[in-house]
Ligand binder design. Structure first.
Ligand SMILES: CC(C)(COP(=O)(O)OP(=O)(O)OC[C@H]1O[C@@H](n2cnc3c(N)ncnc32)[C@H](O)[C@@H]1OP(=O)(O)O)[C@@H](O)C(=O)NCCC(=O)NCCS
Length: 176
C-alpha cells in the first residue's frame, strides 16, 4: 500500500508517486528491456536506473515535479514511470511528458491514463501553458499515446543527435 504523502496523482487504475531508491529493482525491470529501450542508446543497467531515480529525486526538490513512479492501484506494483521533465529543445526550455510502461502490460491504455493525468496536473496545478513529448519517428506506440493525450505533431527536429518528433498540446486548446 502507498503512503498517502507520497502520492502525487491518482487515476482510475493508477497511482503516481515520487520514486525512491527502494524502487530500483522494479524500475530496472521496466528499463532493462531491450525491446522497450530500442529508441535509447542501450537498455538501462542497474547503475543507469539508479542514476535515473537520483535525477528524478533531484528534479522533485529542484522543480517540484519530475518523472514519477507509476503504480497499479490494485496490486501496489510499480509498472513504469511517467511525469514532467524540463528539456531544452532547439534552444528553448520546454516541459516534456515522458512515459515508460513494463512490456507485459502494453496496450491496456495505462501510459495514456498516466500521461493524461500528468498533462492535467501540468496545466491545472503547475500552471504551464504548453507541454510537449519528444518521440523518435519510428516509435509508433509513443506517438499514439501523445495523440491520445491531445497532442499534435508540431515539427521534426534533431534532438540529442537523433531524429525526433515534437508533439505539443497547449492549455488553451483544451476545454478542461
Ligand atoms: C510507449 C508506451 C509507454 C505505451 O504504453 P502503453 O501502456 O502500451 O500505451 P497505451 O496502451 O496507452 O497506448 C498505446 C497505443 O499505441 C498503439 N500501438 C502500439 N503499438 C503500435 C504499432 N506498432 N502500430 C500502431 N499502433 C500501435 C496501441 O494500439 C494504442 O493505441 P489505441 O489505444 O488507439 O489502440 C510503451 O510502449 C513503452 O513503454 N515503450 C517503451 C518506452 C518508450 O518508448 N517510451 C516513450 C519514449 S518517447
Amino acid at each position: 500500500m502507498q503512503n498517502k504523502k507520497d502520492v502525487v496523482l491518482e487515476t482510475r487504475r493508477l497511482i503516481l508517486r515520487e520514486m525512491t531508491l527502494d524502487d530500483l529493482d522494479n524500475l530496472l525491470a521496466v528499463l532493462c528491456d531491450p525491446e522497450a529501450m530500442k529508441f535509447y542508446p542501450k537498455p538501462f543497467d542497474r547503475q543507469m536506473t539508479q542514476g535515473w531515480i537520483v535525477r528524478s529525486m533531484h528534479n522533485y526538490s529542484q522543480h517540484g515535479f519530475g518523472l514519477w513512479a507509476v503504480v497499479l492501484k490494485h496490486s501496489g506494483e510499480l509498472i513504469g514511470d511517467c511525469g514532467l521533465v524540463m528539456q531544452e529543445v532547439d534552444g528553448v526550455e520546454e516541459v516534456e511528458i515522458g512515459y515508460h510502461v513494463r512490456r507485459d502490460l502494453w496496450g491496456q491504455g495505462l501510459a495514456t491514463e498516466a500521461a493524461q493525468a500528468c498533462r492535467d496536473y501540468g496545466f491545472n496545478h503547475l500552471g504551464f501553458d504548453k507541454l510537449i513529448s519528444l518521440i523518435h519517428p519510428a516509435n509508433i506506440a509513443s506517438r499514439r499515446v501523445a495523440q491520445k493525450n491531445g497532442m499534435t505533431l508540431v515539427k521534426k527536429t534533431e534532438w540529442r543527435n537523433k531524429p525526433t518528433c515534437i508533439y505539443a498540446v497547449e492549455r488553451s486548446s483544451l476545454s478542461t
